[in-house]
Design a protein around this ligand. Structure first.
Ligand code: F6P
Length: 362
């Protein structure tokens, strides 16, 4: 057992239901070992800017069902390439040394980093500077390699499934095609799971570029069977064969990624203009990321938080906690680099969907 007096916890990247449940579990587990916990505010930016608060069990009381993160987060700050505005010009500097100094000054000996792929990579870099770090995988997209589940995903799927149930009744009444655009930048897990749970006719995911003709054929096939409406779920990162990602491109020189959005609208227009079936698109957007976590996500997040502190105590640093076969395990973060977190296109879920005649537009 490592003798720890004080640890830090931070949330980085896009928020996600269940972050507070992890923070609560970290604080409660640490307190039971007489370890003080400091919360770093606003992700890695707060580490550079020295924004830290002590977390007592009172601070985390009542936060289990709350969405968002009590610590704040950002997906823009990387201490190793920190954005600094000098004379109105954007420059980048390595501020990791400053971050390490801030931790040392507070006596914080180790860090629990809760985040997605970008955040976990930064966590691993701090590990290389000698800071004991344990990572907790978070993202509604469920696309982190090494774990079967990231917390937040189940909540997003339940929001998307509920939306599909609601779209079904209005689609049926108006004999329309209803397209639901869900999140999923590189991976189609949300589209796949919600499409199965919500009885979609087509599921379009980044892993399987779609052919418009195949999507139209599915709608026409249904019409011939006197099913005059169709439901399509499309991941924001899906694209047509030979097509491009749709969204707002970042300014030139910026290190930000394309802000995805618009594939659903394009698809609805393409369908209406080509086969004349009235079509509408609903973009779920950040509704999938907000609000209270499901019971599954609260439990998973709690298990991850407990396991993360236990890892620090047993010296298993440089690891990410993960779920495999419903057991919490640990994986060295540096083994995750380059591994895919996407939907395997021959997975049993994809095959099950195909068996019940769901089209992937291929
Ligand atoms: O990574 C999670 C995610 O929800 C993606 O699916 C989506 O592209 C992105 O975050 C949106 O991020 P932001 O809130 O920064 O627009």
């Amino acid at each position: 057992m490592m003798a720890l007096k004080r640890i830090g916890v931070l949330t980085g990247g896009g928020d996600c239901p269940g972050l507070n449940a992890v923070i609560r579990a970290v604080v409660k587990t640490a307190k039971s070992h007489n370890i003080e916990v400091w919360g770093i505010k606003n992700g890695f930016g707060g580490l550079v800017e020295n924004q830290m608060i002590e977390l007592s069990t009172l601070n985390v009381s009542g936060i289990l069902p709350r969405g968002g993160t009590i610590l704040g987060t950002t997906n823009r700050d990387n201490p190793f390439k920190y954005r600094i505005y000098k004379d109105g010009q954007l420059t980048y500097e390595d501020m990791s040394g400053q971050a390490m100094e801030n931790l040392a000054e507070k006596g914080i000996e180790a860090l629990v980093v809760i985040g997605g792929d970008g955040t976990l990579r930064i966590g691993a870099e701090f590990g290389q500077l000698g800071l004991p770090v344990v990572c907790v995988p978070k993202t509604i997209d469920n696309d982190i390699p090494g774990t079967e589940r990231t917390f937040g995903f189940d909540t997003a799927v339940s929001v998307a499934s509920d939306a599909l149930d609601r779209l079904h009744t209005t689609a049926e009444s108006h004999h329309r095609v209803m397209v639901l655009e869900v999140m999923g930048r590189y991976a189609g897990w949300i589209a796949l799971h919600s499409g199965l749970a919500g009885g979609a006719d087509c599921i379009l995911i980044p892993e399987i570029p779609y052919n418009l003709e195949a999507v139209k054929a599915k709608i026409v096939e249904r019409q011939k069977q006197n099913k005059l409406f169709s439901i399509i779920v499309v991941a924001e990162g899906a694209r047509e064969v030979d097509g491009e990602l749709i969204g707002t491109k970042p300014a030139e020189g910026s290190s930000e990624k394309i802000r995805l959005g618009g594939i659903g609208d394009k698809l609805a227009k393409d369908i209406e203009n080509s086969i004349g079936v009235e079509s509408r698109c609903t973009v779920l957007g950040h509704l999938q990321r907000g609000g209270s976590p499901t019971a599954f996500d609260r439990i998973l997040a709690t298990r991850y938080g407990v396991a993360a502190v236990e890892c620090l105590l047993t010296g298993k640093t440089g690891n990410m906690v993960a779920l495999q076969n419903n057991r919490i395990i640990t994986i060295p973060v540096n083994e995750l680099a380059g591994k895919p977190g996407n939907v395997p296109i021959d997975s049993d879920l994809v095959n099950a969907a195909r068996s019940i005649n769901i089209s992937f537009g291929d």
